[in-house]
Design a protein around this ligand. Structure first.
Ligand code: G3P
Length: 212
């Protein structure tokens, strides 16, 4: 399973670079960390990581999204163009996929949106688990449904579980066989830590001192 870091923070990307396969951003994250022109930050992130860097278009109109998508893809070969799961977003995805540009269909909230994403050749589809849970639905059930649809139909689109809110979400996504998750630096840190590891280290250090 690929792990993407859901951030535009260069310090966090450097810190956790050994564990990640790439980065996902969105307009909220980029506006948080881009001090001047967004393109500088996107290029800097691409220099740091080995895999895809998802960058989202801002417009929602077909022609504008095509233009933006091509501009973003021209920044670096690692850029994966993030498009919304809308009629126009999926049509743009189809065009960009034909051109060999990597795509990530984002804001996916239903199995049928994921089905359509696969039909238009998306590289990744991003179901938003946490936001579905927030709305009183079952985010993990969505990725189980998409997994089954993709397996049965042998679609190649990679499920990229997004809007992950807990370590449990990460574990369940991995158990459900998704191809990728994107997690915040906070969740990645939690994935690495366990209180009993810290406690064990403290005991070993104390015992070592006592034995001297
Ligand atoms: O970047 C897409 C997604 O992971 C955003 O998550 O926490 O804003 O729902 P969140």
């Amino acid at each position: 399973m690929k792990i993407f870091l859901d951030t535009a923070n260069v310090e966090d990307i450097s810190l956790y670079n050994d564990f990640i396969d790439g980065v996902t951003t969105n307009p909220t994250l980029l506006s948080q960390y881009a001090h001047s022109e967004h393109t500088f930050l996107i290029k800097r992130i691409c220099e740091l990581v080995t895999g895809h860097v998802s960058v989202e278009v801002i417009s929602s109109d077909f022609d504008e999204m095509i233009r933006e998508g091509r501009e973003l893809a021209a920044l670096d070969s690692k850029v994966c163009v993030k498009l919304p799961c809308t009629l126009d977003g999926m049509k743009v995805c189809k065009r960009l996929s034909i051109d060999g540009i990597a795509t990530n269909l984002t804001l996916c909230f239903s199995p049928t949106q994921a089905l359509m994403a696969a039909k238009c050749g998306a590289t990744y589809v991003s179901p938003f688990i946490g936001r579905l849970d927030d709305a009183g639905h079952d985010g993990l059930a969505l990725i189980e449904d998409i997994s089954e649809i993709y397996n049965v139909n042998e679609y190649e689109t990679i499920i990229l579980a997004a809007s992950i809110r807990s370590v449990t979400h990460v574990v369940r996504a991995a158990m459900d066989g998704v191809g990728a998750v994107t997690i915040s630096p906070k969740i990645l840190k939690q994935c690495l830590e366990h209180p009993l590891t810290d406690k064990g280290l403290e005991i070993f250090a104390n015992d070592w001192e006592k034995g001297k």
